[in-house]
Design a protein around this ligand. Structure first.
Ligand code: PXP
Length: 245
């Protein structure tokens, strides 16, 4: 499995003081040098962390792969078409939420999702849909002709008991298998940290994990290079596992 580092909260730290630092472009370069396979940012409609100028600069500076998380809002889609990142992940967005709380309801918003997916892919951007591990959502993502899904691991990460954890892992396993059978490529993310990430090796077909808060939180204390390498150490030894060839 590969690691995509979400650097939104580098920008959060900058925005709380409306300052120039820390610079997400510098953070992205450091994460890449530490071994990240990609850099992810979410250009939120409220611009609470990543700004338009950050996305433009990152598009020029990221050497691995820039993945833009984005809502279906027309102004954001327009931005994504201008920037033309190699990858985009369509996510739901609510103003009041602390973070992306649930997966995109592709079944309910099918026409919009399929249209935006088509427009972005025609512009050279591979599209991923951030969905809950639900078979109907997987089918809708395949029908919308997305290339990837990103399975929302938030419920798994929030599980309080062994039973809940097992149930949530089973949902992820079933969704990943179904996605693979439908020709979708599979990523996963949200709420993953240094304590739970090893369990994701039980989920087949996962190519990449997108991890943000846990890495930035550790980086504040031990540095970004170390925080990324620590996460890679938890991910890499299992990359030859039969479930993740
Ligand atoms: N994947 C998606 C689609 C997200 O929206 C987020 C949060 O921005 C993440 C992954 C990373 O989540 P976390 O910050 O909890 O690692």
């Amino acid at each position: 499995m590969k690691l995509g580092v979400n650097i939104d909260h580098i920008a959060t730290l900058r925005q709380v003081r409306q300052a120039a630092v820390p610079d997400p472009v510098v953070a992205a370069a450091l994460a890449e040098m530490a071994g990240a396979a990609g850099i992810t940012v979410h250009l939120r409609e409220d611009r609470r962390h990543i700004q338009d100028a950050d996305v433009i600069r990152l598009r020029q500076s990221v050497r691995t792969k820039l993945n833009l998380e984005m809502s279906l809002a027309p102004a954001i889609v327009e931005r994504a078409l201008e920037v033309a990142p190699p990858c985009a992940c369509l996510v739901p967005e609510r103003r009041q939420e602390l973070t992306t709380e649930g997966g995109l309801d592709v079944c309910a918003a099918f026409d919009d999702v399929a249209r935006v997916t088509g427009v972005l892919q025609a512009n050279g951007t591979l599209v991923s849909l951030f969905i809950d591990p639900d078979l109907a959502q997987v089918d809708a993502a395949a029908n919308a002709k997305a290339t990837f899904i990103e399975l929302h691991t938030g419920a798994f990460a929030a599980a309080q008991t062994e039973d809940q954890l097992r149930r949530e892992l089973d949902k992820l396993v079933r969704a990943a298998r179904h996605a693979h059978a439908r020709g979708l490529r599979v990523n996963a993310g949200h709420g993953l940290d240094y304590h739970n990430v090893h369990l994701i090796h039980q989920v087949p077909h996962v190519e990449e994990l997108n991890i943000g808060h846990a890495i930035v939180a550790r980086a504040v204390l031990v540095g970004l290079d170390r925080a990324v390498r620590d996460m890679l150490a938890l991910i890499a030894p299992h990359s030859q596992s039969p479930l993740n060839p």
